[in-house]
Design a protein around this ligand. Sequence first.
Ligand code: MG
Length: 372
Amino acid sequence: MRDLRITGLHLRLVRNRIAMIRSHGIGSVRETIPRVILRLDTDAGISGWGEGTPWEAFSGTAEAAFEAIDGYFRKHLIGADAFRLPDIMLACDHEVFGEEAAKAAVEMALLDLQGKALELPVHQLLGGKIRDRIPLSFSIADPDIEADVERARDLVKGGWGIFKVKTGFSSHTNDLKRLEMLREGLGDIDLRVDYNQGLEPWDALRTLRDIEEFKPTFIEQPVARQHVDCMADLTAALDTPVMADESVFNAADALRLVNLRAADLFSCKIMKSGGIRGVQKVLAIAEAAGIPCYGGTLWEGPIALTAATHMIAAERNFPLGCEFYMPSVVYSADEIECPFAISEGQVIVPDRPGLGLDIDEDRLDRCTVRSA
Ligand code: MG
């Protein structure tokens, strides 16, 4: 059995400009998105790519993720065999608590290396794909609702059929008005609602009863992550399915929510669960409990979203599509380090070895604010 020795680790903290303001309740994003980009080099001349993109208001800072890899994980990577992924990830887990985005970046780069060495796409390393395309959702999150309705109209013409409205960052009256405009302007679309923890438990039920009038497919994370008892009450009281996002980072969270019947659906993100294998543990619990899952995101670019695409391609329990729209719609087009293939409102699953990316390092360098 051959091994694949890691001989080099190159790390960048990049800041990518975005083309529009995104208002998401607990934290708005303006101007730039910080991401950590990892490249692992090997004695076989193959390089693997990883991305760690936390959101500071949700899961921590990119600066902390950079430091976790540079100062703490580096020693577990240099000289290690990339095929000993479980050992490496265990060492990282023991070394640093949390920092799930940094761990996701390491796991992603190792899987990219393995796939390239074996000449298999990552979805084949995961057992093989069961889908070639994944339906895409676009998030309605521009404070200028007219601009977002216009944007959504164009996307519908381009084949998109799923829209998720970010609610709870302005008044309830304004949220109702926005939903009315979307229903009137776009007709029979798959409309979803995400509060990003925006409601107070005492007032959530009557607020959401109004929202149900617009027949959303689901209501995501209506209250703060720790209010799982309230999530359980809402799940029982509402006709509309309730999705957990901020309340479910890992398998232990998933088990707790299942035991409390605190959600009908889960949003899964490799940046919450420390990588694909962490999400797979959440998925196993979800499937056993009859909970369908959705491919959520923070603000990831094409490297991380490609890894998540391989994961969803190989997993049955993702009937609700994904929201991997950032590289094509939100990021400034001239700053993206590699293409992210979408067509007619769907993500195309890549079939090339590893993650299947051609990285433009000059573009990365132009956006780099720190490297190691
Ligand atoms: Mg969410």
